[in-house]
Design a protein around this ligand. Structure first.
Ligand SMILES: [Mg+2]
Length: 266
């Protein structure tokens, strides 16, 4: 029997177009995945609420990882052996630092550095919508944060100081392609490894595939068997020492080609 492939994917700039947030170009590969019944695990900096909206659109019912590895959500009954804390329709494994703590830290960083740091919590729904190019409903979901605060530092001369202060507080920052993200001691890689182990317990041998476009995806790509980088809108690829497949296309177009290529090789 061929081994089950588990696909872990970033959303923004990877499965979803960087500007339009459309996944239309990836439709053929998405169909192929559901024909083969291979799990598709969304692993993004987006919130649980945003991921739920995407899952509904693409007809996905697999576990997912929110807010840069902040939490792993497993639909109730998905695995034979239940793991995680009860949370509505899911069992949740929390790896991240609560949002309130991150918001307080952002305030400390602001006063310590004297730099302006603007997080989603400082912006209205309208401001997030305008800045991120989202419609109002999506921006509302994007502000429902639990483990990760996207932020900007308007003064370029302040960036290094702000990032150093985050590290000094024992927290982490990463770059997602549009925003910096403030998180606790978590990343996509730890969450992917944990979930991959649960899939192995369920199915035995599995092959894990990861697809991303940005710096915050590198821990995820380090944790999978087959790592794929899609092109950024300018045609470049994120730099990494890890051996990766460079998908022949930007965002969802590259995603589509890479997934089909990998699945046809089996
Ligand atoms: Mg991305």
């Amino acid at each position: 029997m061929e081994s089950i492939h588990i696909i872990f994917t970033d959303l923004d700039g990877t499965l979803l177009d960087h500007d339009t947030y459309s996944f239309a170009d990836a439709a053929p590969a998405l169909r192929l995945l559901s024909q083969k019944r291979y799990p598709l695990v969304i692993c993004t900096s987006k919130t649980r609420a945003e991921i739920e909206a995407v899952r509904e659109k693409i007809g996905n019912a697999d576990p997912f990882i929110s807010e840069n590895g902040g939490a792993v959500f497993i639909p109730r009954g998905y695995f034979t052996v239940p793991v995680g804390r009860d949370c509505g329709d899911y069992l949740v494994i929390e790896l991240g630092t609560p949002y309130d703590h991150l918001r307080a830290a952002l305030g400390d960083i602001r006063s310590k550095t004297g730099c302006a740091v603007i997080g989603f919590g400082d912006m209205s729904v309208e401001e997030v919508a305008r800045d991120a190019g989202l419609d109002r409903a999506s921006a509302r979901l994007a502000r429902m944060r639990e483990y990760d605060e996207p932020f900007v530092v308007p003064d370029p001369a302040c960036v290094d100081r702000v990032l150093a202060e985050i590290e000094a507080l024992g927290l982490r920052s990463t770059w997602g392609g549009r925003y910096f993200h403030l998180t606790g001691d978590n990343d996509k890689g730890r969450a992917v490894s944990l979930l991959a182990d649960l899939f192995r317990e369920e199915y035995g041998t599995v092959t894990t595939v990861g697809l991303g476009d940005s710096k915050n995806d590198l821990p995820m790509l380090a944790a999978v068997d087959v790592a794929v980088l899609v092109q950024k809108p300018d045609g470049s690829y994120e730099e990494t020492d890890r051996e990766v497949v460079h998908a022949d296309g930007v965002g969802p177009d590259g995603w589509n080609r890479a997934v089909i290529q990998i699945l046809e090789k089996i």
